[in-house]
Design a binder for this molecule. Structure first.
Ligand SMILES: [Zn+2]
Length: 328
């Protein structure tokens, strides 16, 4: 019977094991890194879908090749006895709690969700891995509020409310109809006035409420529901638990490592910041992102595309909801 830890070490060289199944290793594409390499930038995990993961993106082809090799060599059945005597088998996932997620449970979840079993295992692995590298992510991509303000490609934070609002309108393609209102400005025919083409909003200004949506709506809509979204949308990343000095790490990770395009960061005039990103290109990517972002402390509601979010240019208890970082 093969020892998965030895096999992993055979592929990546020495592993500084942090748990029975996961540890830091040298990135197989380290020579391709365009930024300084840290000791904790690359990890290997042998449970679930065995995976080498690196925080750099320039090494992706070399990491992909090494992952193929790792998965091929761990493709035959193996077991690993954990301290305490529990036995982990190939395809099981070791969870943060120490419990083993059995591969049979992964299969049952795939069936219940109508998902391919392979994709279900990817998702379960992703959740476990995201939990493991979360501390390094917040360290490596640390982007406190003061730096976000300083780093903005366009000077925007001090613009007046009308300018803030119009700047935000320009994020949208010209043909879009967007909703602006308060939480309950939806659901009845009289609410149609809150759903308007961009050109109308340029005239009206940020006067009809404190909220908008990351999604555009079909013309003629009066109800803010997923079914009425027209497909043009942003992914608005938010968190109830991460502070303004913390969530920047998630924004930076999405923008710099995962290559989701960051358009703007909005200060909600409360405790949080919202990052406006391109939406995931398909359902598979969306589910993967949702799994990881939830582990990082983001609000899974953000994947409900008709979810209301704060609109820049409106006042909240005497403070301005405003854009603090804007892509050039
Ligand atoms: Zn790398």
């Amino acid at each position: 019977m093969i020892n998965p830890r030895q096999v992993a070490a055979g592929v990546v060289g020495g592993v500084d094991w942090q748990s029975e199944v996961s540890g830091y290793c040298r990135c197989p594409g380290e020579s391709l890194h365009t930024h300084k390499t840290g000791k904790k930038d690359c990890r290997v995990c042998v449970d679930g879908v065995p995976t080498i993961f690196c925080f750099h993106s320039s090494c992706a082809p070399a990491v992909a090749d090494a992952n193929k090799r790792l998965r091929r060599e761990l493709g035959t059945p193996w077991t690993l006895t954990l301290p305490g005597g529990k036995v982990l088998r190939a395809g099981d996932v070791l969870q943060a709690s120490g419990a083993i997620l059995l591969r049979e449970v992964v299969l049952a979840r795939a069936k219940a969700e109508g998902r391919h079993p392979g994709e279900q295992l990817v998702l379960e692995t992703l959740v476990a891995m995201a939990g493991r590298f979360k501390p390094e992510l917040f360290e490596k991509f640390h982007w406190p509020f003061a730096h976000i303000l300083e780093d903005s490609p366009l000077l925007v934070a001090d613009r007046d409310p009308d300018d803030q609002f119009r700047t935000w309108l320009r994020l949208w393609p010209a043909h879009c109809h967007v909703w602006i209102g308060d939480i309950y400005s939806t659901g009845r025919p009289e609410h149609a006035t809150h759903f308007r083409p961009l050109a109308d909003w340029y005239q009206i200004g940020p006067a009809m409420g404190n909220y908008t949506c990351g999604s555009a709506f079909k013309p003629g809509t009066y109800s803010r529901s997923n079914a009425n979204c027209d497909g043009t949308r942003f992914l608005v990343v938010e968190s109830d638990s991460l502070k303004k000095d913390e969530i920047g790490a998630v924004f930076a990770y999405l923008n710099n490592r995962l290559r989701y395009n960051l358009h703007a960061i909005i200060d909600t005039a409360g405790k949080s910041l919202h990052g406006w990103f391109d939406a995931p290109p398909n359902k598979v990517m969306e589910d993967r992102l949702k799994a990881a972002l939830t582990v990082f402390g983001c609000d899974p509601k953000l994947f409900t595309y008709s979810q209301p979010v704060r609109v820049p240019g409106a006042w909240r208890d005497g403070k301005l909801q405003r854009i603090v970082w804007l892509k050039n």
